[in-house]
Design a protein around this ligand. Structure first.
Ligand SMILES: CC(C)(COP(=O)(O)OP(=O)(O)OC[C@H]1O[C@@H](n2cnc3c(N)ncnc32)[C@H](O)[C@@H]1OP(=O)(O)O)[C@@H](O)C(=O)NCCC(=O)NCCS
Length: 181
């Protein structure tokens, strides 16, 4: 599915009227990103690659803002980060594959921000010349699957019991992917 490249920064208005600015993560975003991480629901941490509550992790991410193979985008309401997305090219035999992550803060969910961020991060993957884009999420994460299905992704596989929550319950993870020309 084609998705024209949208230059950043850009703005978008959520279903409830809130205005958001979408831009690249910058080197001075560490405090705002940490604050975003601290506000996320506890269970989100079980399913995410990067723990945005950890100072060293956040420092690594903000320091990587200029990396060739990695794009990180935030949606902001004023100075507050409301969503974070990243696309990173894999290495070695999968160096043509981009891995996408997307997380919207609880206070901004169900308002169309995930969809917009998904479009932006997918466009960034195309801009990085990825020929395959992959996203992993919980099987139960229907809105995440809806976002990526709209972008042409299909489920390639299910990793059974691959995520474990804080109560010790295991959850299936689906791998969604799309091939690009
Ligand atoms: C997944 C996530 C990014 C969605 O963000 P969001 O801002 O709430 O998403 P949106 O409001 O744009 O909704 C996206 C789509 O899901 C649909 N949707 C929302 N809730 C749904 C539900 N319970 N069941 C099915 N579809 C649902 C919406 O209608 C919308 O579809 P549309 O674009 O066809 O109208 C957010 O819940 C999140 O950050 N979850 C934790 C991290 C995660 O699991 N990320 C997954 C991708 S790596």
């Amino acid at each position: 599915m084609s998705n024209p490249y949208t230059p950043l920064p850009s703005t978008t208005v959520l279903h409830d009227g809130r205005q958001m600015t979408l831009r690249r993560l910058g080197s001075d975003d560490a405090n705002a990103l940490l604050h975003f991480g601290e506000q996320l629901p506890q269970d989100d941490w079980l399913y995410l690659e990067n723990d945005l509550r950890a100072v060293d992790v956040v420092k690594r991410l903000t320091n990587a803002h200029g990396a060739d193979h990695w794009r990180q985008i935030v949606a902001c309401e004023g100075t507050t980060i409301a969503a974070y997305a990243s696309v990173r090219m894999l290495t070695g035999r999968s160096s043509h594959v981009a891995n996408v992550q997307l997380i919207v803060g609880e206070a901004w969910r169900r308002n169309g921000l995930g969809r917009v961020m998904g479009q932006v991060v997918f466009a960034e993957a195309q801009h990085l010349h990825a020929s395959k884009v992959v996203a992993e999420m919980l099987e139960a994460q229907r809105s995440g699957q809806a976002i990526f299905a709209r972008l042409g992704f299909r489920i390639e596989g299910t990793l059974r019991g691959h995520a474990r929550d804080r109560f010790g319950n295991r959850h299936n993870v689906v791998v969604m992917a799309t091939l690009l020309n």
